[in-house]
Design a protein around this ligand. Structure first.
Ligand SMILES: [Zn+2]
Length: 159
């Protein structure tokens, strides 16, 4: 059985808002539902970020809205899944490295489209994917609830 760790020392959804959880939780300007692909954990720039499980680094990349990104392949309930971390400041591992659950692998940041956010909006964007290259919208993503079993929406969970 895979042991799952939280990605931060202190885990709570940004602004304690359902808008920062998984699913069709946001709205486009015209009011139609808009997807958010994972959970935003509140995290000031340069907060230590940890591997949620033993695994292998699928990729590290710095590109587009997600900014500096890290994708970690791991096994969960007999499936291969990917933990995807975005808007990072720094990554301490390289593609194909083996990592242990709870190893510090990165520091959170504000790269990509998270640039210049006020302190209380700075965050770690975190997804659970079924494919490393997940595509648009909610494609090839799962709710992180499936892996963590609870969502720290109103109360912080210690990692
Ligand atoms: Zn996000």
């Amino acid at each position: 059985m895979t042991t799952i760790f939280w990605p931060l020392q202190s885990n709570i959804i940004r602004r304690c808002s359902t808008n920062n959880t998984f699913g069709m939780v946001r709205k486009f300007a015209d009011g139609t539902p808009k997807p958010h692909q994972g959970w935003d954990f509140a995290a000031r720039v340069q907060t230590p970020v940890y591997a949620i499980a033993d695994g292998r680094v699928a990729f590290v990349r710095d590109k587009g809205d997600y900014g500096l990104q890290l994708c970690l392949e791991f096994e969960f309930e007999e499936a291969t899944l990917y933990a995807f971390y975005a808007h990072l400041f720094k990554v301490f591992v390289r593609e194909d490295d083996a990592v242990k659950g709870n190893d510090q692998i990165a520091a959170s940041g504000e790269s990509g489209n998270a640039k210049g956010m006020p302190a209380n909006d700075q965050h770690l964007h975190f997804e659970i994917r079924t494919k490393a290259q997940a595509g648009l919208g909610l494609a090839n993503r799962l709710s992180p609830l499936r892996v963590f079993g609870e969502c720290p929406l109103h109360k912080e969970i210690a990692g």
